[in-house]
Design a protein around this ligand. Structure first.
Ligand SMILES: [Mg+2]
Length: 248
């Protein structure tokens, strides 16, 4: 790999699993900080706020400030603001609404500018119907991400945000603007904030179809670690069994 000034890490399967830091993650990040590399964290998970995500990382011993964390909820809030949307209805969880509200967006079912769909573990026919009516009313349709699956403890997977997005997409007959990885939106935002070039950036993750694809679309270097979803790397994708390759 070439030298990099900014390292952007996926969380689950890359830095931790469940509530435990993965082997070498803490020491590799400590060494990157020591070398002056800017470290940022990125997650498609829209159910937690930036503060909650940072708190989890801190609890495991990672060095992190709120401004170092990018979630698909935060990126969606920024996209809504950039599009001039002031009101939204959501299919999601408390962290999504809190993030949108913190960005000045009012959550309302009454003719909102936008309909935002993320992971919603209280998803029902009624939730779907409500959101469909909002969409039929003309609200702009956004997906925080389209992950098919959501990782739980002990390697179990449940339905991800993409399953709820697909339900609304089918009901409405139109596709959303998607914010999370593999779209490059969050990566480009972090690059912009750090004031570096895409080529001076490396995106590190455990999934080819989201992390690595997002990095490639943003024009960064990429690195796949085999500590999460991916068990092998296709030809041409730099990879390693764990994160130590980043400091060698
Ligand atoms: Mg991951």
């Amino acid at each position: 790999m070439n030298a990099f000034r900014l390292a952007i890490f996926d969380l689950d399967g890359t830095l931790y699993r469940g509530d435990e830091a993965l082997p070498y993650a803490l020491e590799v990040l400590r060494e990157l900080h020591r070398r002056g590399v800017i470290v940022r964290y990125v997650t498609n998970n829209s159910s937690k706020t930036v503060a909650q995500t940072a708190e989890k990382l801190l609890g495991m011993g990672f060095r992190v400030e709120n401004g170092d964390v990018m979630t698909s909820a935060l990126a969606t809030a920024r996209a809504l603001a950039a599009a001039g949307h002031q009101t939204a209805w959501t299919v999601g969880e408390a962290g999504l609404n809190a993030t949108l509200e913190a960005a000045g967006i009012t959550i309302t079912k009454d003719s909102p500018d936008a309909l935002v769909v993320g992971i919603c573990r209280s998803f029902t026919y009624e939730v779907l119907d409500e959101a469909m009516q909002v969409g039929l009313g003309g609200a702009s349709f956004y997906a925080t991400n389209r992950d098919a699956t959501y990782p739980y403890e002990k390697g179990r997977f449940g339905p991800g945000a993409g399953t709820m997005v697909a339900a609304l997409e089918t009901a409405l007959g139109r596709s959303p603007v998607t914010i999370g990885k593999p779209e490059p939106t969050m990566i480009l935002d972090l690059i912009d904030g750090a004031g570096v070039l895409p080529t001076e950036t490396i995106v590190v993750g455990d999934r080819l179809d989201t992390d690595i694809e997002a990095g490639l679309r943003a024009g960064t270097q990429v690195h796949l670690v085999l500590t999460g979803v991916a068990t092998e790397a296709p030809a041409g994708v730099p990879s390693s069994p764990d994160l130590r390759a980043l400091i060698q």
